[in-house]
Structures are given as structure tokens and as C-alpha cells.
Design a protein around this ligand. Sequence first.
Ligand code: ADP
Ligand code: MG
Length: 634
Amino acid sequence: MSVETQKETLGFQTEVKQLLHLMIHSLYSNKEIFLRELISNASDAVDKLRFEALAKPDLLEGGAELKIRVSFDKDAKTVTLEDNGIGMSREDAVTHLGTIAKSGTADFMKHLSGDQKKDSHLIGQFGVGFYSAFIVADKVDVYSRRAGLAASEGVHWSSKGEGEFEIATVEKAERGTRIVLHLKSAEDEFADGWRLRNIIKKYSDHIALPIELPKEVAAVEGEEKPAVEWETVNRASALWTRPRTEIKDEEYQEFYKHVAHDFENPLSWSHNKVEGKLEYSSLLYVPARAPFDLYQREAPKGLKLYVQRVFVMDQAESFLPLYLRFIKGVVDSNDLSLNVSREILQKDPIIDSMKSALTKRVLDMLEKLAKNDPDQYKSFWKNFGQVMKEGPAEDFANKEKIAGLLRFASTQGEEGEQVVSLAEYLARAKEGQDKIYYLTGETYAQVKNSPHLEVFRKKGIEVLLLTDRIDEWLMSYLSDFDGKNFVDVARGDLDLGNLDSEEDKKAAEEVAKSKEGLVERLKTALGDSVAEVRVSHRLTDSPAILAIGEQDLGMQMRQILEASGQKVPESKPIFEFNPAHPLIEKLDNEQSDERFGDLSHILFDQAALAAGDSLKDPAAYVRRLNKLLVELSV
Ligand code: ADP
Ligand code: MG
């Protein structure tokens, strides 16, 4: 034991304490994953060293044979992991093992309910990492030295996982990290060669560098214990370099957990090798669940980049568009230079063609998932649909392909669920229907009952119901699908085209003619509040409705722009009335101009309310309504 200097005790960041508590209490049925996490970290550390050593070969300090060693001591009840990777300085240990750097962590922790069952589900979204050591250990010692630092600048980090850790400077001869787990008394089964070997085979076979265990050598009575011999227990080759047909699903799944730092199995993956003008391999995964920080701007995204098997960088963002930022995986190029930088990646034309090929791979993989496993695709859509909706705006070239992957709620789909594809919509469209109809709004309940749908219900025409905040913006980028135009049913002068019979049209024209007088009176009464007044052919039950002008912004867009502090051009609605409604007939027969005015304003305000809009002058609405109620009760 060497001398420890500059010893101090520090507290964990609050979030670490919460995470530790949650982890210890929720992962008891899956304890063995601690080894996978620690091996994953050791492998990352070796990757980083190998990369840094390209520019600074001295970092290897003569010990170029990179590996991980796992050993155990049955009597002392310890398991020890040792790697000769990049290591940690004292400062590294304090930040990396004492805080969680992920943005949005505090927010995430607030969402924990205290209900262990529910929360243990959330931990999957967060990833467990180093702290999983405390699932099986009641004390963890980490001895580490950053490659390139002097042997005297080693660090000893130690904690019982109870809110604080000790840190001291120690002598450490070899670079890299040694982690000693002092097992809880109930967990001493892990101090066993057979057990450790099985766990490594199960979870870490895909790790590209050797993981060694001490060879079991039977002790011979009376003889001195022989020196430890080590043997490699994993396959120790980069998974993506092996032929697809030889890789088992479990291997793909465990590799995913390592690269994605995820806890759950992925939904799907696509493994490819490209040869020809460009040479690269890619292994891309669709996660099963959205990470907690999917909408954080600084959240990690992008692929792990290797150049000729050598790890070069994490989170290489240039290989996929933003709307596919949830995809995880690796890309290994034979064309790039080993000293490629993020800046170079952004400009390199090689990257552009790789990006479009990889994007297509992902879209193909999603198409396949949708086709072969609609239930899984439904779950995918729940998690990532909102992000996919950014696609048509960002990726013009793949617009039609992305549109095919979109799923919507509709008047004929499952109640409120986004499950209807555009292809499905068109397949069951009415005879003669050459449009795709949709309605946007704040909530499903609101659009489902919107008066705008009355005529569609009557004619049995399906309407897509769009209530995500991004939907109106999305629709501004989609003009057609499969040659059929999109039509917002709340916009303009609804023309049902072939869906209206000649007789219908003729009858409507005649009614409109007979109501010209009423239209003029309403125009005078409503004055500045409306852009236009006309007879509606959208309504069967409601007396009146407000339509949006053909070129005007819809409510969602208006709200988004207003929220971002932009000045929004004023636009007035079109007031449409239902000539067959008794209230409208009453209005038409009203002699008193004052009463006519009150009634028209009430109808106008009601139409705004039905559309989910707020009233400009709610007090006036109440006053007018009460006036009528009083008259009624006399
Ligand atoms: P993650 O692996 O997702 O970054 P972890 O909790 O597993 O999170 O690890 C936290 C950090 O601690 C790592 O990012 C790394 O900086 C550091 N670390 C952990 N184990 C090692 C190791 N064996 N060698 C060097 N650094 C390590
Ligand atoms: Mg980790």
C-alpha cells in the first residue's frame, strides 16, 4: 500500500445520490449487469488511449498490449477489474465519478415518482453506468492514472455509495484504471471464476479487446502456488467486422447496450458493409425508447466513428440528419484519415455521400419495421414520431419516403392513437376522392368534435386529426403524397370536388342565392371582426363556423410564433353559417337590428370557442348572452 497524500472527502452531486439510491433499489433482479457496465467503460478507455496514442505514441509507455483483466478473491469477497486504457487524473475522477454531466439530469430526476416499479423503468432511459457497481458492492475503490502523467500522480477514489467519496493522490506504476469491488455479504457469489466467465460471455463477448480471467489451476498439496496464468474469455474482435450471418441477435443487442449506453434492447438494427468507391461498414440501431434528453439541444447525438477499426470520436453528428438523431451505432470508414476532426467532417464531400446513404438505410430499416411488425412500429412512433415529423422540412430529398413513415390519428383510426399511414388513408378513400383531408388543433378531444368535420361525417370521408404542436408546421412542408394534395378542412372555401354530386352543387348555389340578404346583414353586424361572410357547405348540425383564409396562419403557427416573440400578421376569419339551422332561420327573421347584432356576435363567439380559440372580449359575450336569457325567461 503506497502513501496517500492530499486526502479529502467530497460530497456527490445531488443527482448522483438520487441515481445511486434508485439504482440500488430497482436493479436487484438484474445485478450482474454491473460487470457489463464496468467492462464497457474499460473498453471506452482503451479506445480513447488508442486514438490519443496515434498523435502521442509515448502515451503507450511501452505497454501496447491493450486489455482488460478481471480477477476475484473469494476470501476477501472482492472482484477487481483492471484496464490499461486512458485512465483518469485526480480531477477526472472527481468530475466523472462524482457528478453527472448530462444536461437535463436534474429535470429528469424531478420526474421520479418515488414508486420503485415505475422509476426502475425510467432508469433504463437514463443509463446506469459506473454507479451500477454499488448494486453489488458496499464499497468501491478506484485506482487510476491518466496516461502521460507521472507514476506519482495516480488517484485513489473510494466510496461506500452513501453520499460522499474520498479522494487521494497515490503512486500508481501502470497507466489505466483498477476498480476493486468489495462485495456486499449477500453478493459474494460474484467472487467466482465460473460465474464471472459466464457473465462476460453473455454480455461482453462483443468487446473488441481481450478480457482475461485467471486460469483455474488446481493447487497441488505441499507445493507453492503457481504464478497466475491469464486466459482470454471473450471473442475479442470488432463485432461490425464480422459477417452478418455469423452474428447472433443477442450479440447485436449487447453491442447496442455498449455503444448506446442504454439499458434495454434495441427495437431494430441494420448492419452493412459498403465496398466500391467508398468503403465503410455501418451498424445502426433504433432504440426501443426515447432517451430522457431527446429534446435537449446539447444532448449527445450522432454515431461512434471508427477509421480502419480505430475509434476516432463519439457523437459524430455529420453522418445523419437531425431528425434521425435518436439513431445509435457505429460507422467504420476506410477512406477517412485517422486525424479527421469534426470541422473536416462537416466539409468533406465523402461525408455527404455517406450521410445520404446512411439516411436511406435508416429510412429503409424503419419501412421494414413498419411492414413486418406494426406493433413495434407503433411503439417506435410513440417514442420518436414527433422527431420524425421534423423530417420533411429538413430532408427535402427524402420527403416522400418520410411521409410514408408518418402516422396520424384520424376520424377512422383507433381513438386518439397515431396509427394511420397515408397509404392506408388513400387505400380506403372514397370513390372519386383525390385529396387527403386533415384538421389541426390543440387537443384530440377538441378536433374530434369540431364542427368542421360535420360534412365529412355525413359523407363518410376520413379526416386526419393533427394535434401535435409541430403538425401545422409539418403540413406546411407537405403539399402532396402519392399525387394527392393535402387539404386543411378548416381553411378556405371547402371544395369537395367530385365528392359533391351535381345536384348537391346546384342546390347549394340556390340556397346561397336565397341568403344573399342575410349575408349582407351579417357583414354589417359583424363588421371588422370578419374577413368575409358566406353560406357554409361544411355544416350539418352547428349554426356557424369560422374558417381560416387560404393564405392565413393557423392557430398553432400563430401561437408558436407569438411564443417566440415574433410579430404575427393579423388575420381575420371567415364567418360561415348553416342556412338550415333553426337559429339561423330565426336570425334571418329577426326584425330588431339590435337583437340581430347581439345574436350574430354570439354566434361568432361560439364558433370561435368551438374552434378552441379564445374570445377577444369574453365580457361582451357574457353580457349579450345574459341579455337574451333574460328576454327568454320573461
Ligand atoms: P458513460 O460510460 O456513459 O460515460 P459511466 O457512468 O459509465 O458513464 O462512466 C462515467 C465516466 O467515468 C466515463 O465517461 C469516464 O470518463 C469515466 N470512467 C469510468 N470508468 C473508466 C475507466 N475504466 N477508465 C477511464 N475512465 C473511466
Ligand atoms: Mg459507461
